[in-house]
Each structure stands twice: as structure tokens, then as C-alpha cells.
Design a protein around this ligand. Structure first.
Ligand SMILES: Nc1c(/N=C/[C@H](O)[C@H](O)[C@H](O)COP(=O)(O)O)[nH]c(=O)[nH]c1=O
Length: 363
């Protein structure tokens, strides 16, 4: 096999950690000696062993004179675990092949320097594009210190998310709705507005057929605490629920929610500012947010352009009606020159529906 094949293997192994490692990146490692794969590893949880550590443990002393393929530059600083660069030197690895460098200023280039100074051959940038595509959440967080935002809409062909009487079950079919749950699984938080809780009474849990689903934290934007106490997100005890409210909400109004184990977070700044909400979430350890609407909330995310990925599921249905809501409310963009421009990353058919993944154009 060529270097690229082993790196592709490391990239595939890295993916097992997606949604589990935040705020750390996912990383994969493959150790090869004499054409034999003798160790593999993935980073599975922040604070636990890095991919290289798992792979080196599996390789044991056969790591001597081996080549390790690692998707991200080995760390060289003492984080929650000792530096991987030191461990690679101690294990007498002969060659290190790296997918991409680490955007973390604490790390970038230092690991490579340490390895080369120890006489280890280092090759950089093998399958760089694919290695970079592993960690959109980590790169965004390193770049901006803010959580990565995925905005999801499920619409009819004419762009409606519900009928004029508020009915929306269902617009998209089983297969598309299941796909949504795969995204819920890998995001730290799912965010909706209180109107969605009132109209849909959603569970916002991850329900995948294989049973062992991981639930995101359910975040409700609800300035005056209008969330009904009998809502599923309050009563079902299936996942954590945080309600972000205005600081003016009275303590006694919060009491019944707090007694149910709900976390009420009064925001000190203006709750209508999505940037303030995202700042509060990242301060509470949230690296990625799955925004499932409704229209007004989506409108505020668009207004502040706080969107990193757009998931649109389109059902071959027509709903019509000027009062039937579309997926993005608010005042919207007035001039085409100010339109929020994206580029389509993928289009696929899921059952009867079409799924489009798009990302903002990097200006
Ligand atoms: N109405 C539709 C959707 N509706 C999305 C709304 O947010 C709805 O409240 C939640 O999806 C319900 O969450 P839960 O299933 O109770 O956890 N989303 C979809 O993907 N397709 C549709 O047809």
C-alpha cells in the first residue's frame, strides 16, 4: 500500500470519534512496520488517550523503526495527556507521516520540529484536504472561539415548514428524518425557540435504530420562560434541557423547572443577539450547535450570519398559502447584494426527499 492508502485508513479510523471528542479534534493513527499494520488508534474523548497513544500501545516494541500515519500533527504540549511527540521519540519510530498541521497555535509546527530534531523523518500534507475535512468544528472553534452551527430545515418544494394552520407532521419522510438524528447524535447541543416547543412539543432526542444513541443537550431560547411545564423536554428525563432566559425572569418562576432538573440560564446580555447566546454556550462547553428552528430562530441566525453549515431536506410536496411559514423568518435580506451566499457541498436523495448540504462561501 502507498502512503495515501495508510493515511486514508487513518482518516477512516478518526471518524469513529466524531461527536465525542469536542472540544478536541478527531484524530486517527496507523502504525506500519515491514508492510504490516501493527497498531491503530483513534482519539475517543477529550482528556483521554490520543490516537497515537492507542496505536503505540497496540504496536508495543514493534513500533521501533516503524512508520506512523497520523491525520493531525502530533501534539507537543502538556494538555490533559503527555505530548505524543515525546512518546513517538521514546518509541523510536523511524518515520512520521502527517495529514495536516494543527491550527492550535500552541501546537502548530512544534510537534514536527521536536520530531525532526530527534532525527525522525517527517512527511507532511499527505491527504491534507481529507484530513482537514475531518474537523470543521475544531477548526471553527480554533478560528473564532465560537461553536460550530448547523442550521437544518425540512421544507416542501415551495419552501414551507408547515401549513398555514401550523401542521407539519410530516413534511419529510422516515429516511430523511432518520438522517437528521445522525446529526443530532454528533452535535453537542440542539437549539430551538420556545415557539417550536409550544407548537410541536418535540423530544429533540436522538433516536437511531441501533439504540445506543447519544442525546445532544436541548437548548431552548425562551426570553420570558414561556416553555410549558408539561412539555416533553421538561418532563421526559431523556436528555439535559437548558432554557436560556432574560435576566429579568423571576426566581420563583424558574423554581418548578429547576425542581425538574432543568438548567435555567439567565443571559446577562441581550438574548436577541445570537452571538451572545453562542458565547454563553461556548462558555458552558458547547462546541457545536444543531439549530432546528423554527423560522424566527433561523431568521436570527441568518441575520447575524452565525451559520457554518446548512442542511436542507426538501420533500416533493406543495403546501402553498401566504401564511404558511417558510424555514427562515425575521425581516430577511432586503437586497440581493446582501444575500447570504453558500456553496452546495452535496445533494442526495433520501427516500422521496432530497438532502442538500451547503456551506457559506468563505469570503
Ligand atoms: N416536520 C418536520 C420536522 N420538524 C422539525 C421540528 O423541529 C419538530 O419539532 C422536531 O423535529 C420534532 O422533534 P422530535 O422528533 O420530537 O425529536 N423535521 C423534519 O425533519 N421533517 C419534518 O417533516
Amino acid at each position: 500500500m502507498k502512503d495515501e492508502d495508510y493515511m486514508q485508513l487513518a482518516i477512516n479510523i478518526a471518524k469513529v470519534g466524531i461527536g465525542q471528542t469536542n472540544p478536541n479534534p478527531v484524530v486517527g493513527a496507523v502504525i506500519v512496520n515491514d508492510g504490516q499494520v501493527i497498531g491503530i488508534g483513534a482519539h475517543l474523548k477529550a482528556g483521554e488517550a490520543h490516537a497515537e497513544v492507542h496505536a503505540l500501545q497496540m504496536a508495543g516494541d514493534k513500533a521501533k523503526n516503524s512508520t506512523i500515519y497520523v491525520t493531525l500533527e502530533p501534539c507537543s504540549h502538556f494538555g490533559k495527556t503527555p505530548p505524543c511527540a515525546d512518546l513517538l521519540i521514546k518509541s523510536k519510530v523511524k518515520r512520521v507521516v502527517i495529514g495536516t498541521t494543527d491550527p492550535n497555535p500552541q501546537v502548530s509546527g512544534k510537534g514536527i520540529k521536536k520530531l525532526r530534531e530527534a532525527g525522525i523523518e517527517v512527511d507532511l500534507g499527505i491527504m491534507k484536504l481529507q484530513a482537514d475535512e475531518l474537523n470543521p468544528v475544531y477548526y471553527h472553534y480554533m478560528d473564532t472561539g465560537m461553536p460550530y452551527v448547523t442550521l437544518k430545515s425540512a421544507i416542501s418544494l415551495d419552501g414551507k415548514i408547515a401549513t398555514s394552520t401550523g401542521e407539519s407532521k410530516w413534511i419529510t419522510g422516515e429516511r430523511a428524518r432518520l438522517d437528521v438524528h445522525m446529526y443530532r447524535q454528533i452535535h453537542d447541543a440542539i437549539l430551538v425557540g420556545v415557539n417550536t416547543v409550544i407548537t410541536d412539543n418535540p423530544s429533540l432526542t436522538t433516536r437511531l435504530p441501533n439504540g445506543n444513541s447519544r442525546n445532544p443537550i436541548r437548548v431552548i431560547l425562551d426570553s420570558s420562560l414561556r416553555t410549558p411545564l408539561h412539555s416533553n423536554v421538561i418532563q421526559d428525563d431523556l436528555a439535559s434541557t437548558w432554557i436560556i432566559v432574560n435576566k429579568s425572569v423571576k426566581q420563583e418562576k424558574m423554581k418548578p423547572f429547576i425542581e425538574k432538573g432543568i438548567r435555567i440560564i439567565p443571559i446577562q446580555d441581550d438574548i436577541r443577539s445570537i452571538k451572545n447566546v453562542l458565547k454563553l454556550l461556548v462558555e458552558n462547553g458547547i462546541s457545536s450547535v444543531f439549530v432546528e428552528g423554527g423560522a424566527e430562530i433561523n431568521g436570527s441566525f441568518l441575520k447575524e450570519r452565525a451559520i457554518n453549515q446548512v442542511l436542507t431536506y426538501i420533500a416533493p410536496k406543495l403546501i402553498g398559502g401566504k401564511r404558511a411559514p417558510t424555514s427562515i423568518g425575521g425581516n430577511g435580506i432586503e437586497h440581493m447584494a446582501d444575500v447570504f451566499q453558500l456553496s452546495v457541498k452535496s445533494v442526495e436523495q433520501l427516500g422521496d426527499d432530497i438532502k442538500i448540504v451547503s456551506e457559506p462561501i468563505r469570503l
